[in-house]
Design a protein around this ligand. Structure first.
Ligand SMILES: [Zn+2]
Length: 469
């Protein structure tokens, strides 16, 4: 097979890589692809047997689509099951994205451990788990496995009991570490061992010699993923691909895979902090925007089934600039803290900076506060952050952000045990938000006495007046 370089803008094909496309003049648009040996469209009827083609025709399923739930296998990690839409499905190809070092490998190590030790036989000696360690050496991985295995062993809920050395032997029989990064060798191994589960850590380390590009290039990532999918899908092998994403946002790599895989999970959180969110961005087998919450410890990731309590551990109530909001993560209400800092600016264009909060939201809120609440923000720098390093994107946090800004500006504490829930319109009006009942219920459950929302106030001005900000 030979390679060609195809312009991603106009589709023109070039024999060699070059910086600019000859046809359309676009820069940096060439991506290496495998040139298919001339399989033409003629003789289609002889190329495919009618019976083979039948499999591609499916009549509408009579049963509810969700009856496929039966075929799900629990991953034995509740929060992961939640994000996957109920568990593992045969042949599912899932991409786990996130910054390097955030805990993707840790989560997958725990997953393979749980499955190898499970009483329910998901993994047998005949159908082991293949774990491609492109990022780490097998020694590093086995060290992590030993460390986590001891911990898993301590809480033998769903796992079998083993004594020390036996434990590692059992794992060793069912878990095979793959050290090659040649995708074609990997495919041969898959065909040979028929694994029950495949973990590729990471997709950026795989490459095929059919392409000249380095591993991690767009062409390589796309081609390797395509080849993997063609092999694991028909065999029903559940597959996890790790994709690293850089801090600056997503590098080309994992993004281009999103349409190829069934499920895209993103792990986020502050590297220095303990909390980790696993978010389903795409899920062919379940609802998106479900979120799993974990706490990273030296023994791995522990599940957090009651996230609000954890978030509120860190809340610094009663300090000017701090407000508590309630955001929905999937179907779960989650209480979180917003922190604001407003200071005099010495810039002609005062700064608006957000950490975990979108910049456009801060700009709009600052303008609304200036116009409708007469806050002199035109000469102030405004910084807003969501604690824990998480991204809060919901409009329902508007009110909390606005009062936090006002509170910092006036250096006045907000009342304790108060939660702010509401979207703010451009005219300064409070808007009601979805799932208000669930949010209020969650806030009350956690001991919050007062809820400020559209139900109690009509405008941001009214709210600020009452708070004395
Ligand atoms: Zn072009």
């Amino acid at each position: 097979m030979s390679a060609k370089f195809v312009c991603q803008k106009c589709g023109a094909s070039h024999p060699k890589w070059q910086g600019q496309c000859n046809d359309c003049g676009q820069w940096h648009s060439l991506v290496e692809e495998v040139a298919q040996s001339s399989k033409s469209n003629k003789n289609l009827t002889t190329r495919f047997k009618p019976k083979e083609l039948e499999q591609f025709l499916v009549s509408l399923p009579e049963e509810d689509v969700f009856s496929s739930d039966k075929k799900r296998v629990s991953s034995l990690i509740g929060e992961l099951d939640r994000v996957l839409g109920g568990g593992l499905v045969a042949g599912v190809v899932a991409l786990i994205g996130g910054e390097p070092g955030i805990g993707k490998s840790t989560l997958l190590t725990q997953l393979v451990l749980k499955l190898t030790l499970a009483k329910k036989r998901f993994v047998s000696n005949k159908q082991p788990i293949l774990y491609v360690c492109g990022e780490e050496s097998p020694q590093q991985i086995s060290l992590r496995i030993k460390r986590i295995a001891k911990n898993e062993h301590k809480k033998p809920k769903k796992t079998k009991q083993f004594s020390g050395q036996d434990l590692l032997e059992v794992i060793g029989q069912k878990l095979l570490l793959v050290t090659t990064t040649d995708v074609d060798q990997l495919l041969a191994l898959i065909k040979q061992h028929q694994p029950s589960l495949l973990v590729v850590d990471s997709i950026q380390t795989l490459s095929t010699s059919d392409l000249t590009g380095a591993s991690g290039s767009v062409g390589q990532i796309r081609e390797c993923t395509q080849r993997l999918i063609e092999v694991v899908k028909p065999r029903g092998i559940a597959t996890f691909l790790v994709g690293h994403v850089t801090k600056e946002g997503s590098i080309a790599g994992p993004k281009i895979l999103e349409h190829m895989v069934d499920t895209v999970l993103e792990m986020e959180g502050e590297r220095t902090g303990q909390l980790r969110l696993l978010r389903a961005v795409k899920n062919r087998f379940g609802a998106t925007d479900e979120v799993g919450v974990f706490r990273l410890t030296d023994l791995g990731l522990t599940e957090v089934s009651n996230p609000s309590e954890l978030f509120l551990d860190e809340v610094t109530q009663g300090v000017p600039g701090s407000a508590t909001v309630c955001t929905m993560e999937g179907t779960r209400p989650l209480l979180a803290e917003i922190q604001a800092l407003v200071v005099d600016s010495n810039l002609a264009m005062p700064r608006r900076v957000g950490r975990g909060i979108e910049l456009s939201r801060i700009q709009v809120l600052a303008a609304v506060l200036q116009k409708h609440a007469k806050l002199p923000l035109g000469s102030k720098d405004v910084f807003l952050s969501a604690t824990g390093g998480f991204k809060l994107k919901e409009p329902a946090i508007d009110l909390g952000c606005a009062v936090a800004v006002a509170s910092s500006l006036k250096n006045k504490k907000l009342p304790k045990n108060t939660v702010f829930i509401g979207e703010i319109g451009l005219l300064g009006e409070l808007r009601t938000v979805s799932f208000l009942k669930q949010r209020i219920k969650e806030a009350k459950r956690l001991g919050f006495k007062k809820i400020i929302s559209r139900q109690s106030h009509k405008t941001i001005k009214q709210v600020l007046k009452e708070l004395g900000c």
